[in-house]
Design a protein around this ligand. Structure first.
Ligand code: ADP
Length: 403
C-alpha cells in the first residue's frame, strides 16, 4: 500500500470496507471510468465459531476460503490487512471507503478526521450492533495506514431530503432538539438504485414517483420523488419498519412496558428480542432465511405464517408510500429476497392492480430486469445492488481521485 507517494502507480485502487454486525465485506476497485472490481470477499461469523475469509477474484475466477479465528472486528481487520498486503493489487491503494450506519448531520461522504471519529464515538450507542464495530474498523486501518485518506459514507445521508413530517416523531418536542427523529437507512443502496434507474433510462429516476424495496436480511422501503427520498420505513434505528430476518420492525410502543413488567424483561433482553429473535425467525421458530421458509412452508404453518406476514407488511408499506407520493411510476425490487424470489414478488404485488401494478409472470419467474406486464401502468423492475461500488464512487470523488 502506498501512502500517497508522489510517484503514483499507473493503476490506482480504492479499498471498500463494509462492516456488518458479524461480518466485514471488502472490495478492491481500480480507479477509472467505469470502476473495475479487482477483488472482493468477506469475513463472516466474526466472534462465532467457523469464521472464514472468503475471496472472489472476478478476473481470474478464483474463489478461496480460509478458516480464521478473530475475536472481534479489530482482530478480523488486522487479519484482513495481513492477507491483503500479500496481494499485488493492494500495493496501489490510494484511499479507503467505509460504510457508516449513522451520518446524523452529515449529508454527504466525509474524509475521516479525529473530530469525525470523536463524533462517531459519541453517537455509538444509537446503534450498538453496527456503529462501534465500524469505528473499530476505521481505527484499525488508521493505525496501520495513518496517511491513507479514509472516507466515511453514511447510510442515513440519502434520506436528508425527507420533509419535516416524515422525520418528526410524535413524542415530546424536546427529543427533537436532541435529534431523536426518523433517520432511515440503506441510503447507499438507494443512491445506487436511483443511479442505476437513470442509467437504464427510466424517466422516473429524476421526474417521477418511485418506491425502492430493499429486501435482504435487513429490509426497508424508500419513497422517492424526483430522485429525492421523501419517506422511508426504517426510523430512528434500523429495527423499525416492516419485519425482517430477525428484527421485528414497527411494534405498538405499549408492548415494551408490558413485557418489561409482565415478563420482567430487562432493556437488554428486549433489545435482543426485537433485533435478533423476532421477524421471520421469531414467527417461524425455525429460520431467519427466506429460502428455508419457502422450502418448508407447505408442511409447517409457522413458516407459512412468517412468509405471509412478511409479504403482507411489505404490501402495506407500498400502499402507504404510493399515497405519500401521490402516485407511482416505478417499483424496484432489490436485496437477496427482492432480487431472487419470484414467489415473494408475486405475493407482494398480488392485489395491487388498483395501483397500476401488474406483473408478467414469465419474466418475473427468471428475475428479468423489467418484470411488469406491457399493460402495467407502473414499471416493476429488479435491480442487482452493488453497495461497495457506490461507496467506491464516493471515495474517488471525495478523496480527489479522478474517475
Ligand atoms: P444481507 O441483508 O445480509 O446482505 P441479502 O441481501 O443477501 O442479505 O439477503 C438474504 C436473504 O435473501 C435471505 O433471507 C435469503 O434466503 C434470501 N434469498 C436469497 N436468494 C433467494 C431466493 N432464490 N429465494 C428466496 N430468498 C432468497
Amino acid at each position: 500500500m502506498t501512502e500517497q507517494s508522489s510517484a503514483k502507480p499507473t493503476h490506482l485502487s480504492v479499498l471498500i470496507i463494509n462492516g456488518g454486525s458479524s461480518s466485514i465485506k471488502f472490495a478492491l476497485y481500480q480507479v477509472g471510468e467505469p470502476l473495475k472490481r479487482k477483488l472482493y470477499g468477506k469475513i463472516d461469523r466474526i466472534g462465532l465459531s467457523g469464521t472464514n475469509l472468503t475471496c472472489n477474484d472476478p478476473i481470474g475466477n478464483q474463489r478461496n476460503s480460509y478458516s480464521i479465528a478473530p475475536s472481534d472486528h479489530r482482530s478480523a481487520a488486522n487479519i484482513l490487512i495481513d492477507w491483503l498486503v500479500k496481494r499485488d493489487e493492494f500495493a496501489s491503494i490510494e484511499a479507503l471507503g467505509h460504510r457508516v450506519v449513522y451520518g446524523m448531520k452529515h449529508i454527504q461522504p466525509e474524509i475521516v478526521t479525529p473530530d469525525l471519529l470523536d463524533e462517531l464515538h459519541r453517537i455509538g450507542p444509537y446503534d450498538p450492533d453496527h456503529l462501534p464495530r465500524e469505528i473499530e474498523l476505521i481505527e484499525t486501518f488508521r493505525q496501520r495506514y495513518p496517511k491513507v485518506p479514509q472516507v466515511a459514507c453514511f447510510d442515513t445521508a440519502f434520506h436528508h431530503t425527507m420533509p419535516r413530517e416524515a422525520k418528526l416523531l410524535p413524542i415530546p418536542r424536546r427529543f427533537d432538539a436532541k435529534r431523536v427523529q426518523r433517520y432511515g437507512f440503506h441510503g447507499l443502496f438507494y443512491a445506487y438504485l436511483i443511479e442505476e434507474l437513470a442509467r437504464l433510462g427510466d424517466p422516473a429516476a429524476s421526474k417521477g414517483c418511485v418506491i425502492l424495496a430493499h429486501l435482504g436480511n435487513g429490509g426497508s422501503l424508500a419513497a422517492v420523488r424526483e430522485g429525492k427520498s421523501i419517506d422511508t420505513s426504517m426510523g430512528f434505528t434500523p429495527t423499525g419498519g416492516f419485519m425482517m430476518s430477525t428484527r421485528s420492525g414497527d411494534l405498538d410502543p405499549g408492548l415494551a412496558p408490558y413485557l418489561l413488567r409482565i415478563e420482567q424483561m430487562t432493556t437488554k433482553q428486549f433489545y435482543e428480542m426485537v433485533n435478533h429473535k423476532s421477524g421471520l425467525l421469531g414467527v417461524s421458530e425455525t429460520s431467519s432465511d427466506m429460502r428455508d421458509l419457502l422450502s418448508h412452508e407447505t408442511g409447517d404453518v409457522r413458516a407459512a405464517e412468517a412468509v405471509a406476514l412478511f409479504c403482507y407488511q411489505v404490501k402495506k408499506w407500498i400502499g402507504a408510500f404510493a399515497a405519500a407520493l401521490g402516485g407511482l411510476d416505478t417499483l424496484v425490487f432489490a436485496g437477496g429476497i427482492g432480487e431472487n424470489s419470484p414467489t415473494i414478488r408475486t405475493r407482494i404485488c398480488g392485489g395491487l392492480g388498483f395501483l397500476g401494478i401488474e406483473l408478467e409472470e414469465n419474466r418475473n419467474a427468471v428475475n428479468e430486469g423489467v418484470i411488469s406486464a406491457a399493460s402495467s401502468r407502473v414499471a416493476v423492475r429488479v435491480i442487482h445492488t452493488n453497495e461497495e461500488q457506490m461507496i467506491a464512487h464516493s471515495v474517488c470523488t471525495y478523496s480527489g481521485l479522478m474517475l
